[in-house]
Design a binder for this molecule. Structure first.
Ligand code: NAD
Ligand code: MG
Length: 405
C-alpha cells in the first residue's frame, strides 16, 4: 500500500524560485538539494547576480533562468551555450509573471525582496499555484487583492516568514473559519528586538549600515536586516499576520524575545498557549512550506533546550522603535497607507545603506511621506502601484533635499 513516505507515491514538484540568489533563495535550494526525489528547480530568478545564478544553473539545471535586464540575460545565455547547458534565459517582469503561472509549475517560492515581487506572486495566486510566501511586502502592499486572488483561484498559501510559519503551525487546520470560532484570543508575534534593543538612544544617531546589518540571531539580506534593526520588519509582519490569519490589529501582540527560539505563539481562550520552537534557521519554515502537510529533513541542528537554559520576554518599546507604531497606524488606516509606508521605507533603507540618510532618519522619512501623501482605497493593482510610485518619488525627493540628513 502506498504510504505517506513511500517514494512511489511522490510526484516530483517543479518549483519556480523567485529570488534564488538571495538569503531565502539559497536556503530553498539547499532544501531542494537534499530531496531530489521530491523537488526540482524549474525556474531560477534573480536581479543581477549573473555569476551566482550561473553556478546555480550548472548545479540545478532548471528549465529557465531569469535576470532583470536583457543585457545581463544575453551574457548568461552565452555562457550556457559555451558549456552546453539547455537552460533557457529570459529577462524582465513579464518573464517572472509567466514562469510563476505556467502549467508545468507546481509551486512558487516568493523570495524576491520588496515591491518587485508583487506582480509575479500575484500571478502565481491567479494561476492557483502553491505559493510559499517569504516576500512579506506582497501582503503589506496589496493584502486585500492578494488574499482575494488566493481564495478565488484556489491557490494554496503557506507562510515562510518564521513567525507566520510558527503561527500557522500553532493554529488549527481550519482556522480560515475565523479565529474567534477557533477559540483564539491573541497572536503572540515574537521579535528579537534586533541589534539595538539596548543601545542608548543617543548612540543610535551614529549607527553604520554594517552595525545595522549585524543581526544577533539571523543571517538575512541587507534590507530585512535594517528593517529588523528599526523593527519595521516586525511592523510589516503585523500587517502580514493581519492578512494571512484575518486577525484584527488588536489581536496581534508583539513580544520581544531576544533568543529567537520561540518563533511565535497562539493564545487560546482556555489559557493554552501553543508555540513553535526551533533554532533560528530559515530552512525549517522553508522545508515545512515545501512539504506541508508532511515533514521532511531540513539540515537544521536539533534544538538543545539545556544549552538555551532560559527564555526572556519583554514588551516592545514603541518610542525607541517608532517604525513599529507607524505600521500599526497604517494597518488601522487601511487602503493604500501600508503600500505608501512600505515604499517610503524601501527608499529610506536604500538611502541609509548608501550612506545618504542617518539611521534615525529612516523612521522620520517614513513618517514624513505618510503625512505628505494621503492614502486612497486599495481598489486595483494599478491603485497600489500608483501609490507605491508616488511614495517613492516623494521619498526620493526628500532624500535628495537631505531633509533628515
Ligand atoms: P535578499 O536581498 O538576500 O535576496 C533577494 C533576492 O531577490 C535576490 O535573489 C535578488 O536577486 C532578488 N531580486 C531583488 N530585486 C529583484 C527584481 N527586481 N527582480 C528579480 N529579482 C529580484 O533578501 P532575503 O533576505 O532573501 O529576503 C527575501 C524576502 O524574504 C524579503 O521579502 C524578506 O522580507 C523575506 N524574508 C526573509 C527572511 C530571511 O531570513 N532572509 C526571513 C523572513 C522573510
Ligand atoms: Mg520574520
Amino acid at each position: 500500500m502506498a504510504g505517506l513516505f513511500d517514494p512511489v507515491s511522490i510526484k516530483v514538484q517543479s518549483i519556480t524560485v523567485l529570488g534564488s540568489t538571495g538569503s531565502i533563495g539559497l536556503s530553498t535550494l539547499d532544501v531542494i538539494r537534499r530531496h531530489p526525489d521530491r523537488y526540482r528547480a524549474f525556474a531560477l530568478c534573480a536581479h543581477s547576480q549573473v555569476d551566482k545564478l550561473y553556478e546555480q544553473c550548472l548545479e540545478f539545471q532548471p528549465s529557465f533562468a531569469v535576470l532583470r535586464d536583457a543585457k545581463l540575460a544575453a551574457q548568461l545565455a552565452e555562457r550556457f551555450v559555451a558549456v552546453g547547458l539547455k537552460t533557457e534565459v529570459r529577462h524582465g517582469i513579464e518573464a517572472l509573471v509567466e514562469l510563476s503561472s505556467l502549467s508545468e509549475v507546481d509551486a512558487v517560492m516568493a523570495a524576491i525582496v520588496g515591491a518587485a515581487g508583487l506582480e509575479p506572486t500575484l500571478a502565481a495566486a491567479k494561476a492557483g499555484k502553491k505559493i510559499m510566501l517569504a516576500n512579506k511586502e506582497v501582503l503589506v502592499m496589496a493584502g486585500e487583492l492578494f488574499m482575494r486572488a488566493v481564495r478565488e483561484h484556489g491557490a494554496t498559501l503557506l507562510p515562510v516568514d518564521s513567525e507566520h510559519n510558527a503561527i500557522f503551525q500553532s493554529l488549527p487546520g481550519d482556522f480560515s473559519r475565523g479565529l474567534n470560532q477557533c477559540g483564539v484570543q491573541k497572536i503572540l508575534l515574537t521579535a528579537s528586538g534586533g541589534p539595538f534593543r539596548n543601545t542608548p538612544l543617543v548612540d543610535l544617531a551614529g549607527v553604520t549600515p554594517e552595525q545595522a546589518c549585524a543581526h544577533p540571531n539571523w543571517v538575512m539580506g541587507r534590507k530585512i536586516s535594517v528593517d529588523s534593526a528599526t523593527m519595521m520588519n516586525k511592523g510589516l509582519e503585523v500587517i502580514e499576520a493581519h492578512w494571512l490569519f484575518n486577525a484584527p490589529p488588536e489581536m496581534i501582540q508583539v513580544v520581544v524575545h531576544p533568543q529567537s527560539v520561540i518563533h511565535s505563539a497562539v493564545q487560546y481562550v482556555d489559557g493554552s498557549v501553543l508555540a513553535q520552537m526551533g533554532n533560528p534557521d530559515m530552512r525549517t519554515p522553508i522545508a515545512f512550506s515545501m512539504a506541508w502537510p508532511e515533514r521532511i529533513a531540513a539540515g537544521v541542528e536539533p534544538l538543545d533546550l539545556f544549552k538555551i537554559a532560559h527564555l526572556d520576554f519583554v514588551a516592545p518599546d514603541f518610542e525607541r522603535f517608532r517604525c513599529l507604531q507607524l505600521a500599526y497606524d497604517v494597518l488601522r488606516e487601511g487602503g493604500t497607507a501600508p503600500a505608501i509606508l512600505n515604499a517610503a521605507n524601501e527608499v529610506a533603507v536604500a538611502a541609509f545603506l548608501d550612506g545618504h540618510l542617518p539611521f534615525l532618519g529612516i523612521a522620520k522619512l517614513d513618517e514624513a511621506v505618510l503625512q505628505a501623501l494621503p492614502a486612497g482605497p486599495e481598489g486595483s493593482l494599478a491603485d497600489v502601484l500608483a501609490a507605491d510610485s508616488e511614495a517613492r518619488r516623494i521619498a526620493g525627493k526628500m532624500v535628495q533635499e537631505r531633509c533628515f540628513a
